[in-house]
Design a protein around this ligand. Structure first.
Ligand SMILES: [Cu+2]
Length: 146
C-alpha cells in the first residue's frame, strides 16, 4: 500500500512540472482538414495569441504523421493564388494574435503516413523562437467550427 502511494505521488509531480513552464504563447482552436488519401498533403490551422510584451516567431512545426511539415501562406502572383513557405517564420506580435486558417497562413504536412477522417487526431509540435516547443493534439474536422 505504501509503495502504491509512492507511485501515485510521483505521477502527480509530472503535470506540476509541465505547468510551471507556462509561456506567453497560447495556441487554441486547433483543427486539421481530413486527409482522404495517405501520402497527400494535409492542412492544420489554429490561433496563436501572444500575451507577452515581446514579439515571438513560429519558426518550425513537426508531426509524427509527416516527415516534412511547413509553415505556409497564400500569395497572389499575377492573379494566381499560390502557396509558399513563410520566410523567416511567422511573427506573433506582442499582445497580438495570428489566425492560421484556410486561404491564409496554415501548417502543411507532406507525405502523410495514413488517411485521416473527422474525429481522428494528429499530433503537432510547434517551435517558437522564445516560447520553445508547444505540443498540440489536433482534431480532424470536416470544416471550421466557430
Ligand atoms: Cu500550403
Amino acid at each position: 500500500m505504501k509503495k502504491m502511494l509512492l507511485i501515485i505521488s510521483f505521477l502527480m509531480v509530472i503535470p506540476f512540472v509541465a505547468s510551471a513552464q507556462e509561456s506567453d504563447i497560447v495556441v487554441s482552436s486547433e483543427w486539421a482538414r481530413p486527409i482522404l488519401i495517405a501520402g497527400r498533403p494535409g492542412g492544420a490551422f489554429f490561433n496563436v495569441k501572444n500575451n507577452g510584451s515581446e514579439a515571438d516567431t513560429l519558426i518550425a512545426a513537426s508531426s509524427s504523421i509527416s516527415p516534412r511539415v511547413e509553415i505556409h501562406t497564400h500569395t497572389m502572383t499575377d492573379g494566381v493564388m499560390r502557396m509558399s513557405q513563410v520566410e523567416g517564420g511567422l511573427e506573433i506580435p506582442a499582445g497580438g494574435e495570428v489566425q492560421l486558417k484556410p486561404g491564409s497562413y496554415h501548417i502543411m504536412m507532406f507525405e502523410t503516413d495514413n488517411k485521416y477522417a473527422p474525429g481522428d487526431k494528429i499530433d503537432l509540435k510547434l517551435q517558437f523562437e522564445k516560447a520553445g516547443t508547444i505540443e498540440k493534439t489536433v482534431e480532424v474536422r470536416a470544416r471550421l467550427q466557430n
